[in-house]
Design a protein around this ligand. Structure first.
Ligand SMILES: NC(=O)c1ccc[n+]([C@@H]2O[C@H](COP(=O)([O-])OP(=O)(O)OC[C@H]3O[C@@H](n4cnc5c(N)ncnc54)[C@H](O)[C@@H]3O)[C@@H](O)[C@H]2O)c1
Length: 330
């Protein structure tokens, strides 16, 4: 697996290390800041590509990995697909559903594989919680709470602070939770949201989003770019018990059951999340999907649906009204 990476900012740096750890060869890196590309290339013995086209015209490169600000995703994915390369793109897939759909279509037409880096599915604590839910350990899920965030992010050209580019934390960050929630609890029917981004121009954002699932379950999703540090967690309340996770705790996963099989209550199930970086697990998986036809844990269609939920939340925050999602799949 030979990879060309576009973007050498925060995620380009993470992906460079993860490809290397996963045993992929990073052939070349392109960034419009050549010094950033050079710094990452030096870590893994890669070349610095002078242009994006240079990556595309290298016949030895199998996969193009796009780690650019969100509004650039579509143009770069389309070019990579047209050049016959498999594509990995950071989340969120795109700022609009029209872009997201077009990207999926072009990859399909070009016959290349297309993956979107919804990494939360590779965090062991989130995967474990999902497995517990699917195994019925908490009974029928009723109310789910998730939280994520911390400090206001800074990126190249301060693009996160320009909400016309980043789409606020509702598109950029809690899309992780939307994707995990949909993966775990099924399709979302209705979305209602409040967001600070509609009320202030300061470098602060905070959102509360309520999702109603087709199953009848309700999720309360909290996101913040108004605190310090970074913290994330969730709580799943079902008819038989609770699953609770808080990244600030030492024991990352705690299952509290109202009626455990053995008649014991308050069973703690700690697991280490530190086997390997979830980003490496994710990238190793996508590599195996391409090389060995492994079934992808997350598809581009899943990424599309996550964008749909984010955009519905933004619309609800803007209008003050709940948004009902379209039922049809494509
Ligand atoms: N999966 C996650 O956990 C996670 C975390 C953070 C960000 N992201 C996503 O990853 C993507 C990148 O975010 P980031 O934080 O790495 O951004 P960043 O600002 O840190 O890096 C962006 C890089 O792109 C380069 N660049 C900008 N325009 C370019 C162009 N036209 N051609 C070539 N290079 C160009 C910049 O020089 C910069 O190095 C975003 O979509 C973001 O939402 C995902």
């Amino acid at each position: 697996m030979r990879v060309g990476i576009v973007g050498a900012g925060t995620m380009g740096t993470v992906h460079t290390g993860s490809h290397h750890e996963a045993g992929h060869q990073v052939a070349a890196i392109y960034d419009l800041r050549p010094e950033a590309a050079a710094a990452n290339a030096a870590r893994v013995g890669a070349a610095v590509a002078p242009t994006f086209e240079a990556l595309l015209s290298d016949p030895t490169i199998d996969l193009i990995d796009i780690c650019l600000p969100t509004p650039l995703h579509r143009a770069f994915v389309e070019k990579a697909a047209r050049a016959g390369k498999h594509v990995l793109c950071e989340k969120p897939l795109a700022p609009t559903l029209e872009d997201a759909r077009a990207m999926i279509d072009i990859c399909r037409e070009a016959g290349v594989q297309f993956y979107v880096a919804h990494v939360l599915r590779f965090f062991p604590e989130y995967e474990r919680a999902r497995n517990l839910v699917l195994a019925g350990k908490v009974g029928e899920p009723g109310v789910i709470r998730t939280t994520r965030g911390g400090i206001f992010p800074t990126g190249w050209d301060d693009w996160y602070a320009d909400y016309s580019r980043s789409g606020t934390l509702t598109l950029d960050m809690i899309i992780h939770d939307f994707d995990w929630l949909r993966w775990t609890f099924g399709e979302v029917e209705r979305v209602y949201a409040k967001s600070l981004s509609t009320r202030t121009t300061e470098r602060l954002d905070y959102a509360l989003v309520t999702l109603r699932f087709a199953s009848g379950a309700i999720a309360h999703v909290e996101g913040t770019w108004s605190h310090s540090g970074f913290r994330y967690g969730f709580e799943v309340a079902g008819s038989k018990g609770l699953i609770d996770f808080d990244s600030a705790k030492i024991q990352p996963v705690v299952v509290q059951k109202r009626a455990a099989e053995a008649g014991v209550t308050g069973v703690a199930v700690p697991e280490s999340p530190l086997r390997e970086s979830p980003y490496t697990t994710e990238i190793r998986h996508f590599g195996r999907c391409i090389e060995h036809g492994e079934i992808p844990i997350v598809t581009a269609y899943d990424a599309y649906k996550a964008v749909e939920i984010s955009l519905a939340a933004l619309e609800s925050a803007r209008t003050g009204r709940p948004v009902t999602l379209a039922k049809e799949a494509f």
